[in-house]
Design a protein around this ligand. Structure first.
Ligand code: SF4
Length: 298
């Protein structure tokens, strides 16, 4: 009887010292996590070039988490991601939350407890954990029953202080299973790249990027991301009016604004049905009168 010793221990602090490049040279599979944005595009160009040059022998594929083809993502994103994978000659796998899209998830949270704000936020990013991370992890576990997998993600330090603090190699614990000899690493290969490096790489590879950039977006995210700049939100609403109306309907029914003190419905009210706008105005009126009562009580 052979003794199956695990290749590693999940809680061993040395787990995060794995070298992704060495593992790829030895045959680990490479999974490129793609969003349609410039960072994951540039990362894919860079790693696929390097794979071809160095002859990494393992499998390569792309994975994309679709948060809502019709009413959450920029409407060009699904086709953009498909055509990017075709262009690079890599198989694409699209994963989704099992119970619907992000709009469904927001409603589900609201109905579970109408007394708390239903929107995701920078501190409660259930949009990312439930609709991106978990479906991708489920797919990784199913696709790779055992072996070593490097999951490359195009996160850069320059994007935010939170991202700057991220470790560039970590064991993906919800996918790794020492007893099955399955090790999955999250790797941020372009963590130290600047935005200029990214655009330079995109230019050198045919200068094709998601149409949202040409329309003035600085970043690509969901069409209406809770963390987006005003510029990107305005663009998102303007060019994805269907998504905009769905999101504003949530404000109208629940009375919770998209962000603290920021009503999405105020951005492009001309795109909204009269009843949505009327309901939002009523909620805003109530919060204004509540605020006046508080001020008067001081
Ligand atoms: S893009 Fe924004 S709203 Fe969409 S999943 Fe990411 S953080 Fe959430």
């Amino acid at each position: 009887m052979t003794c199956q010793l695990p290749l590693f221990e999940l809680d061993d602090p040395r787990s995060n010292t794995h070298d992704p490049i060495a593992l790829l040279r030895e045959g680990a599979a490479l999974v490129l996590s793609v969003s349609g944005g410039k960072d994951s595009d540039a990362m894919s160009h860079y790693l696929l070039d390097r794979r071809a040059k160095e002859g990494w022998p393992g499998a390569v594929m792309m994975v994309h988490a679709d948060l809502g083809e019709r009413r959450v993502e920029w409407h060009q994103t699904p086709e953009y991601v498909r055509s990017f994978a075709r262009r690079k000659g890599v198989t694409l796998h699209v994963v989704r939350w099992s119970k619907g899209d992000l709009v469904d998830r927001i409603w589900q949270r609201y109905h579970a407890n109408p007394d708390r704000p239903c929107w995701p936020s920078s501190s409660i990013r259930y949009c990312t954990s439930d609709l991106k991370r978990e479906p991708i992890s489920r797919w990784l576990r199913k696709t790779f029953p055992s072996g070593k997998v490097i999951c490359a993600i195009g996160v850069r330090a320059e994007e935010s202080s939170m991202r700057a603090k991220k470790e560039t190699v970590v064991v993906r614990k919800d996918c790794s299973a020492p007893t099955k000899n399955r090790l999955v690493l999250n790797w941020l290969p372009i963590h130290d790249w600047t935005e200029a490096n990214v655009w330079d790489c995109v230019r050198r590879h045919g200068n094709i990027a998601h149409p949202a950039y040409g329309l003035g977006n600085t970043r690509l995210s969901c069409a209406l991301c809770v963390m987006a700049s005003l510029n990107d939100l305005t663009n998102g609403a303007q060019h994805n009016p269907h998504a905009y109306r769905e999101f504003c309907r949530i404000e109208a029914v629940t009375g919770y604004s998209f962000r603290k003190d920021f009503w999405l419905s105020d951005l492009k009210p001309e795109l909204l049905p009269a009843e949505t706008l009327a309901a939002v105005r009523e909620h805003q009126g109530k919060s204004i009168s509540a605020a006046s009562v508080l001020v008067g009580a001081r």
